[in-house]
Design a protein around this ligand. Structure first.
Ligand SMILES: Nc1ncnc2c1ncn2[C@@H]1O[C@H](COP(=O)(O)OP(=O)(O)OP(=O)(O)O)[C@@H](O)[C@H]1O
Length: 259
């Protein structure tokens, strides 16, 4: 079923794979604050979908509902075939193992080296303790993000861009089917932001992942997106490719494009 948005332009419907995430008519309030009023989203296999919206528009709330960290007041959420609001804790854990969450602040453990940070999810989530297997997986993840040389460094020695890359490597190491990037370029200079954006594209191409990228950075949206959904007033009001949205000149998007 197509999402109910104000303006959806469907540029290449026939080339899309199967739907991996579907959120329909999702409502969420905190007290008397309505954050999501009728939020709809479809994410297709091997698609980079950007959710664009200003600060406080509910992007993170939408993602937390998607992975079962928050319960919606109403609406349906299906992720990789799981009916998210009705999952047991065991099923939720099963689902979350297939989703990689790249946090805004990288969330690396300062007391651990880069190598130890990357080994941590392998040990905790997959029960891998074999030294050779750990070494191979760590090196492969570091190669993916172009930072083999940082293996024995501590997070404090890394630049902001390097931290983001290691954060992405730590997420990729579990081979997720879906990647969630929360403000991947926040706090980075334009050159480093461009490198992170390229990495996001490489991850899609190499691993065939589907990704949701939450951002208010229009350059990030332009570079990384196959499709963009604009979240305004609690709803996904506009959708389409970057060029389609630019042409459309929707009032809600003007502050982003005119930035
Ligand atoms: N657990 C919570 N309890 C109460 N209010 C919340 C909670 N989580 C989010 N909110 C509110 O929901 C609104 C949307 O927050 P959200 O974090 O989703 O915004 P965002 O679009 O991700 O913004 P940003 O780009 O600044 O991260 C905000 O007004 C926030 O205060």
């Amino acid at each position: 079923m197509r999402p109910q948005t104000d303006t959806i332009i469907d540029s290449k419907p026939d080339t899309r794979g199967k739907v991996v995430v579907e959120m329909q008519h999702v409502h969420k309030s905190f007290g008397d604050r309505d954050v999501l009023t009728d939020f709809n989203l479809q994410l297709f296999e091997r698609e980079n979908l950007v959710i664009l919206g200003k600060s406080g528009s509910g992007k993170s709330v939408a993602i937390k509902i998607m992975v079962g960290l928050l319960k919606p007041d109403s609406g349906s959420i299906n992720v990789l075939g799981y009916d998210v609001p009705n999952l047991s804790n065991k099923e939720l854990n099963e689902l979350r193992l297939q989703i990689g969450f790249s946090f805004q602040l990288s969330a690396l453990y300062d007391s651990m080296s880069v190598r130890e940070n990357l080994e941590f999810p392998l040990k905790r989530n997959l029960g891998i303790y074999d030294r050779q297997q750990l070494n191979e997986k760590v090196m492969s993840a570091l190669q993916d993000v172009g930072l083999e040389s940082a293996r024995d460094m501590n997070p404090a020695e890394l630049s902001g861009g390097m931290k983001k890359r290691i954060g992405i490597a730590r997420t990729l190491i579990l081979n997720p089917k879906i990647m969630l990037y929360d403000e991947p370029t926040a706090g980075l200079d334009p050159v480093t932001s461009g490198e992170i954006n390229e990495l996001i594209l490489r991850v899609r191409d190499k691993y065939n992942t589907s990704s949701i990228i939450i951002t208010h950075d229009i350059s990030c949206a332009r570079q990384t997106s196959d499709r963009i959904v604009g979240l305004f007033d609690g709803r996904n009001k506009v959708g389409g490719t970057f060029d389609e949205l630019k042409k459309q000149n929707a009032p809600d998007l003007q502050p982003f494009f005119n930035y």
